[in-house]
Ligand binder design. Structure first.
Ligand code: P1T
Length: 379
């Protein structure tokens, strides 16, 4: 089996046999000629299948160790397809700290067609057992979670889900397959926002579903075609291009994030730092066991409350104030008012004094200096 970096560069994209081109072509065609009715070269219509999309699907599936992979127009489209595996009356146990849009998708879209869900702290497997209902079909976990960086034990949750007759879905957006391969730990389905580390350059929105379960893989591919939330060929090309450098980007982003987390723990304006690489993080041991490194995301609370947090977010010069994460440039955001505004006011609301950092590839000393001046000025 080739190594991760080899798969990232080559899986699904051999040189073009017709021209020798070493990068996959962007096949813009929406339709493909048939020599007789039903006789074609594997492609009929680009919603059903597109060569550039297939290259991406083969590549990311290989990185996740998956037999089946389907690309979607966004992370939420990938999540939506996965939730459509359920029937009315089915119940989902979902992490109580997930991307705000994931909760919104459950609460405002799937709940309307009879899907029920219970948010649970997933770093406590006992809480999952306690929340289990006869109709529970899925456990949905983000690890590390957005934005609190909580760690859930994937193998333990898979064991609980399977013993009870359910499936485990892991949103692997924060970790990426370079740091963590949920299917090898027992998860049934992996979902991604490829908008983040896989794309890696803040220039494309996309999603992905990977699985080794044939019936799930076939249903997801069927939904991709039937519902039609497919990414365009150029978007597929951008994600493929990003994936080639995933390993080297991730290594440096982990190293930079570790330095940022260490610096924040020392700063007097900071109350708490959430980074699984810190030995005091409650999920440190599990993260060390199931991840290659601890990731490029860090969140922290400031001592002086929401106004101080907003002031810090407005005072950084190198960290750009923006939603999203996982790209080459460093970002700062205020989850309570931005990415998690859809849960503000609910029991899942995020602490208003929390800030989230996506640590990028700039010179780390510049990043540290920028945070220090912003905290000194505003914290
Ligand atoms: O934005 P989209 O590609 O649709 O992906 C949704 C999504 C799914 N899962 C996780 C863990 C995510 O973080 C996201 C999107 N998150 C942000 C935009 C953000 O800034 O947190």
């Amino acid at each position: 089996m080739p190594g991760f970096e080899t798969l990232a560069v080559h899986a699904g994209q051999p040189p073009d046999p017709a021209t020798g081109a070493v990068v996959p072509a962007i096949h813009l065609a929406s339709t493909f000629a048939q020599s007789a009715v039903g006789e074609h070269q594997g492609y009929e219509y680009s919603r059903s299948g597109n060569p550039t999309r297939h290259a991406l699907e083969a590549c990311v599936a290989a990185l996740e160790g998956a037999a089946h992979g389907s690309a979607f127009a966004s992370g939420l489209a990938a999540e939506d397809a996965t939730l459509r595996l359920l029937d009315p009356g089915d119940h989902v146990i979902v992490g109580d700290n997930v991307y705000g849009g994931t909760h919104r998708l459950l609460a405002q879209v799937h709940a309307r067609v009879g899907i029920r869900f219970t948010p649970v702290r997933l770093d406590d497997p006992g809480a999952v057992e306690a929340a289990w209902q006869p109709q529970t079909r899925l456990v949905w976990v983000e690890t590390p979670s957005n934005p609190l960086m909580r760690i859930a034990d994937i193998a333990t949750l898979a064991e609980v889900a399977h013993r009870r007759g359910g499936r485990l879905v892991v949103d692997n957006t924060f970790a990426t397959p370079y740091l963590q391969q949920p299917l090898s730990l027992g998860a049934d389905v992996v979902v991604h926002s490829t908008t983040k580390y896989l794309g890696g350059h803040s220039d494309v929105v996309g999603g992905f579903v990977a699985t080794n379960d044939r019936s799930v893989g076939e249903r997801i591919a069927g939904l991709q075609n039937a519902v039609g939330a497919v990414p365009g060929p150029f978007d597929c090309y951008l994600v493929l291009r990003g994936v080639k450098t995933l390993a080297v980007r991730m290594e440096r982003q982990c190293a930079n994030a570790a330095r940022v987390a260490a610096m924040l723990t020392e700063h007097p304006a900071v109350a708490a730092v959430h980074y699984p690489g810190l030995p005091g993080h409650p999920g440190h041991a599990v993260a060390a066991a199931q991840m290659r490194d601890f990731g490029g995301m860090v969140s922290f609370t400031v001592r002086n409350g929401e106004q101080a947090a907003l002031a810090v977010a407005g005072a950084t010069r190198l960290f750009t104030l923006a939603e999203s994460l996982g790209a080459v440039e460093s970002l700062i955001e205020h989850p309570h008012r931005m990415t998690h505004a859809s849960v503000a006011g609910s029991e899942l609301a995020v602490d208003p004094s929390l800030l989230r950092l996506s640590v990028g590839l700039e010179t780390v000393d510049d990043l540290l200096a920028d945070l220090a001046q912003a905290l000194d000025a505003a914290g």
